[in-house]
Structures are given as C-alpha cells and as structure tokens.
Design a protein around this ligand. Sequence first.
Ligand SMILES: *[C@@H]1O[C@H](CO)[C@@H](O)[C@H](O)[C@H]1NC(C)=O
Ligand SMILES: *[C@@H]1O[C@H](CO)[C@@H](O)[C@H](O)[C@H]1NC(C)=O
Length: 443
Amino acid sequence: MASVGKGYALILFSVFFALIIMGSMAHVAVFDEYWQKRAEEAKKTVREAYHPNPEEVTNHLNIHVHEAISGSNSTRRQLRKYKGPCLATNPIDRCWRCDRKWAKNRKKIADCVLGFGRRTRGGQSGDYYVVTNPSDSDMVHPKPGTLRHAVTRNRPLWIIFARSMIIRLNQELIMTSNKTIDGRGANVLITGGAGITVQFVRNVIIHGIRINNIVQGTGGMIMDAEEHVGLRTMSDGDGISIFGSSDIWIDHVSMSRCYDGLIDAIMGSTAITISNAHFTHHNEVMLFGASDSHSHDQMMQITLAFNHFGQGLVQRMPRCRWGFFHVVNNDYTHWMMYAIGGSKHPTIISQGNRFIAPPLINPKANAQQVTKREYSPESVWKNWLWRSEGDLMMNGAYFVPSGSPKASLPFSKADMISAKPGTYVTRLTRFSGALNCKIGKPC
Ligand SMILES: *[C@@H]1O[C@H](CO)[C@@H](O)[C@H](O)[C@H]1NC(C)=O
Ligand SMILES: *[C@@H]1O[C@H](CO)[C@@H](O)[C@H](O)[C@H]1NC(C)=O
C-alpha cells in the first residue's frame, strides 16, 4: 500500500509541476511528450553545469583580468568614436579581437569565454549556416535561409549573416541547443517584434547583434525543433529570455527598449556569462530568478563582466534571487532607482565596478544607494552575502554590504585574486556593445 501511495503522490507531483510550468511562465501551451523530454534533459544538464565551488570560477576570471592589465586611470568614458589601431582592453576581447583573420577563424571566440559560462562552445563543432533572408513569415515551416530555420535545426550550427539585415520576429525565436548566433561582419538588428527564447537547452552563444524595441508575441503554433511544432502562449517581451537552460554566453550585444526585461534568466538556469554588452533605455534591465518560491534557482551562477550599463536605465542591473552572482568590472554610468538588488538571500560579489549615482533630485528616493533588498527586513537581509570590493563609487554612490565579513564567504579570501580596480573600468568596457567588424581587418 505504502509504495502505491508513494507512486501516486509522485505522479500527482509531476502533473502538478508540469501544470505549474505550463501555467506560469514557460509559455508552452501544450506540454507534450517532446517538451517534457526537453525539460527533463535540461534539468539534468543544468545540474551538471552547476559549479559546486563558484570561487574557483571567479578566480579563473580574475587571473585573466590581471593578465590584461592596461593601465589607464581616467574615469570618463570616451565620447568620440575610437579610430586608432585595434585595442582589446579586456581578457575576453584580447583572446580574438585584433586578429585580422577573425572571419576565417570565427569559431575561435568559443574558446574565449570566461566566468560561469566558460564551458559554452555554442555551435563550435558544427557547420556554418548563413542567414540570407531576414523575413520571418512562416512560424511552422520556416524558410531555409531564415534565422528561424537556422536555430531550429537539430545539429550544432554556427549561424552567420550574409549581409546586414533587420529582422522582425513574428513570434519568439525558440532556439535549440548547440547554436551560435554570430553577427560579426554584418549589422544585424532584431527589432520591432518578439525576442529570443533560450528554453530547456544547453550551449548557446549570442554574439555581436543588436536587439531593441521587442514586444510580446501573441503565441500560437511555433516551430521549436526540427521535428516539432508546439503551441505557445503569449511571450513576455524579453529581449533574451533564458529559461531552465545552462552554458550560455552573451557577448558584445547592444540592447535597449524591450517590453519586459532586456535579459531574464529564470527557472534554474545556470552557467551563464554576460559580457561586453551595452545596455541603454530600459526600466527593468535584468531579472535573475523569477520568484521567491523557485528554490531551484539556488543553482543559478551568473557572471556579469565588462558590460556598460548606460543611458536611460532605471533599475535591476541585475535583480537577483537565490543564486551566486559575480558582478565584475562593469561600468554603471546611469540608473534612476538602483543598480543591483534582490531577494531570497542571493550571493552578490561586486568587484571592480564603477558606479556613478544619478544626480540627487529627491533625497528620499535614495537612488544613490547602489543596492536594494526587497521583501525582507534588515534582521533577515543582514545575513545575505553582498560584497563590494574595489568598486569605484562616484557622485555619492554607495553599496550597502551584508553578510558576515569572515565566516560565510563562499571562497577563501587568500585564494581570491581581486579584479582590476574600478578606475580601470572605462578602459575595460570601452568597446562594449555590437562591434563593427570588417572582414580582413581587426575588429
Ligand atoms: C588613479 O586614481 C586613483 C583614484 O582617483 C589615485 O588614487 C591613483 O593614484 C591614480 N593612479 C595613477 C597611476 O594615476
Ligand atoms: C549538443 O552537443 C553535444 C556535444 O556534441 C551532444 O552531446 C548533445 O547531444 C547535443 N545536444 C543536442 C540537444 O543536440
């Protein structure tokens, strides 16, 4: 009897779980056998991608930052376009950017990722797929040559673009595993339609594209793998939505003005690096963990490095829950409410960033505080580990740290090599955003 009861409970629980996913945010209207399998596999790979000792990864990145010493001490950003010889100012860029044969050796960048997403190889082992057609008219049988056709193929692919193009996605672009979207050599803009969905997959690189003015997709029948078309509910309107996925690297993207978040990572997503991006004109920039009840987000490990959080941003850079977040050498030049926040005891290690507070208009708004805790009294959040090391604070910006200064560090301080100081950040992030790479010349 007992075992029957147990089995029954398990079935009930599974159905319940599937219903929750279905009903809440997965936007999979019919959670059929295909999506159940994809979700199960993703859950397994997410566990594998989770790093039990995150301090080793942060050290790995920090060592590289030290190698890329390039000693400018200016705290102002260059407003004029840089016209000099190729300058790669941070360790990720130094790995590939000034090679004038980059176009012959595109897959090299897959060896350049650092931080928690450092095992990401995207479509490195696959063929090139050249997108020649910017249209996105058929959601069920996408035309060969379109981006939707490329991202739904069953094999690893390195997706590039034949020419500059503007792509309006008719519905969310549902990516499959082992793909790279590489916009170098063309000016690729995804705008005016739905965004990119990275759901229950592993191993995706998105590099060198611009994404702006994304709106919600209405849903409907959408191809989500070569042999599968599924019914989707409305999409959220995120620029890039990462859901239950692992080994993701987003590099040199320029993003602004999306309906929901610019980049959200939720539902147990982990092993993610977001680097060299330029974000502007948006309210809720990044959400890492969608709900205080999603305790599986404890496995979330995300590195934010060398990004420029620029003009017209308001809050959530990022807003975190549960997991481990390494925020290193980013330039925060504009925010209106706060920069980094969260709830549910996330661990936030902020190192060598520059934070420039907004002008003090309303002292009560307290926007000079970099940090914000939500849904918790100080008696609770005082135990969350939020660290600021080597950050450069300007215009009265201040970071409210918490957690025990000694015992509860997730890494030993002796092993921890610190990031470059915040005074180096303008240089480290100088070439953030999509680059104008010309074939035959260094990027
Ligand atoms: C860089 O700036 C910091 C703070 O503004 C200052 O303490 C330091 O001496 C400067 N270093 C150099 C090499 O100019
Ligand atoms: C992705 O590539 C890896 C390594 O080649 C392979 O083991 C895995 O099955 C691929 N995943 C999918 C969903 O194709």
